[in-house]
Design a protein around this ligand. Structure first.
Ligand code: DLL
Length: 432
């Protein structure tokens, strides 16, 4: 196994010491420098020096997205603005964007984290890293860019969109690592095939895909069509951006870089910390960030921690891939459904394409879920009878796996909008 930073294989005892020291420093510094945190910490009776063990973390207050919005734009920064060298923001579909600031040392730490992820995916300085995440306020493009440069790889800062050009560059320049959302990776595969090319025409060996949930079935489809090994990368702008965690070659959970972030899993309804291995909401505390460090940030992402050691040799704890968020869980007539669960069912049925959308509506007082999925061109030219049989099969399988009745609509090939960044999987008409 190769790794980028020896801290990735630090023995657990020393890692725990490092975490405790950094946690202490962070909390004391925030208490001194961020009025929002001083107030919150005063409310729980905290005084500097109170953190004696990592267990004490659970007595500290949570931070939420609303806290970031209420302190818009720079209220949570822990250093003067003159020390901030970069600002990113996540657009969010409602309300004000959430804003994050980085000092130059934060930018170096972040690049180091991302370099670790590229190495975990098998990358070296010999690679040509094709960055098709969006550049801009979104952290994906610049995040991967700085990490790949620090590693010493050759970076292609293509950004998202203009998919034919992506394919041409990939062929002409011989890109070996593709970084983009999994839905965009499929879009690229599709356009490449339409241009009359296949995986034998490109040199991709690995993909670093994240920023949205995706299923294991989707991974197999991307790996097959692009001829690469796909790695899941996780992160969120509030905490740093991409580089919070990554799948190693074992592809059995994502290593969280604990020298920078302390993860917890809580029960989203009570806020209680759950025992190791249980599923719940992921919470992160920044312990190695100057510009803006968050205490117990509630991500709304659902996962569980995998405490068992990983055969790859990295000592940092793993998290299970994020399959949904507490706020994109659909409740259909009382049953909890995540789009990724529907995706997993759809992708096991031959003749369907991986392009789908879920439309939720309320008819009278009843929630109705319509699953719209594209069929392959061969299926599309089949007899009506066969299409109806396929429709019934999809509805039956969703009923038996997820326990809900759905309406299924088979869509013409290429009729569902393709993603260039984060895919829109759900259209919820109930709120409109
Ligand atoms: O999406 C950062 C990122 C960029 C991660 C590139 C990976 C690659 P935000 O725009 O702030 O930041 O969105 C963060 O996206 O809370 C999750 O809900 C979701 N998300 C990110 N990575 C994954 C993943 C970037 N691998 C939000 N699997 C997070 C599932 C993911 N969901």
């Amino acid at each position: 196994m190769s790794y980028f930073n020896p801290v990735e294989v630090l023995d657990r005892e020393r890692l725990e010491e490092l975490k405790l020291e950094r946690l202490r420093n962070t909390v004391d510094r925030l208490y001194q420098t961020v009025p929002f945190y001083r107030k919150k910490l005063d409310e729980v009776g905290y005084s500097p020096g109170d953190i004696r063990s990592l267990e004490d973390l659970r007595h500290l207050p949570f931070t939420t997205k609303d806290d970031l919005r209420e302190n818009y734009p720079f209220g949570l920064f822990a250093v003067p603005l003159r020390d901030i060298v970069r600002i990113h923001a996540s657009s969010g579909t409602t309300g004000k964007p959430t804003v994050v600031g980085y000092t130059s040392s934060d930018i170096r730490t972040w690049a180091d984290l991302v370099a670790r992820t590229i190495v975990a995916a098998g990358g070296t300085k010999e690679d040509i890293v094709h960055v098709a995440y969006g550049y801009g306020l979104f952290t994906g493009g610049l995040g991967l860019h700085y990490g790949a440069e620090l590693l010493g790889a050759t970076v292609l800062p293509v950004s998202g969109g203009n998919t034919k050009r992506q394919v041409r560059l990939m062929v002409d320049f011989g890109s070996t690592i593709l970084c983009c959302t999994p839905s965009y990776a499929l879009n690229i595969a599709e356009v490449m095939e339409e241009m009359g090319m296949g995986k034998e025409d490109i040199r991709l060996k690995a993909g670093i895909f994240g920023a949205e949930p995706w299923s294991g079935e989707m991974r197999r489809e991307i790996e097959e069509r692009l001829g690469l090994s796909a790695h899941d990368i996780y992160g969120l702008s509030e905490v740093v951006g991409p580089g919070v965690s990554i799948e190693c070659e074992e592809k059995n959970g994502l290593h969280i870089f604990e020298d920078c972030f302390i993860p917890e899993i809580i029960d989203p309804s009570t806020g209680e910390v759950l025992p190791p291995g249980q599923k719940g909401e992921l919470v992160f505390t920044n312990i190695n960030k100057e510009g803006m460090a968050l205490l117990r940030y509630r991500t709304r992402d659902i996962s569980r921690l995998i405490p068992e050691p990983c055969p790859c040799g990295r000592t940092h704890v793993r998290m299970e891939r994020v399959t949904g968020r507490t706020d994109d869980m659909l409740i259909i007539r009382g049953v909890n459904v995540f789009p990724s669960q529907v995706e997993a069912v759809l992708m096991q049925i031959p003749g369907l394409s991986p392009h789908y959308q879920l439309v939720v509506d309320r008819v009278g007082s009843l929630d109705v879920l319509e699953v719209q999925v594209e069929v392959s061109p061969q299926i599309f030219s089949d007899e009506i009878k066969e299409l109806e049989a396929l429709q019934r099969r999809i509805a039956d399988e969703i009923q038996s796996y997820l326990g809900i009745g759905v309406k299924v609509r088979l869509m013409e090939p290429r009729s569902i909008q393709r993603s260039e960044g984060k895919a829109v999987r759900v259209i919820d008409k109930r709120r409109i």
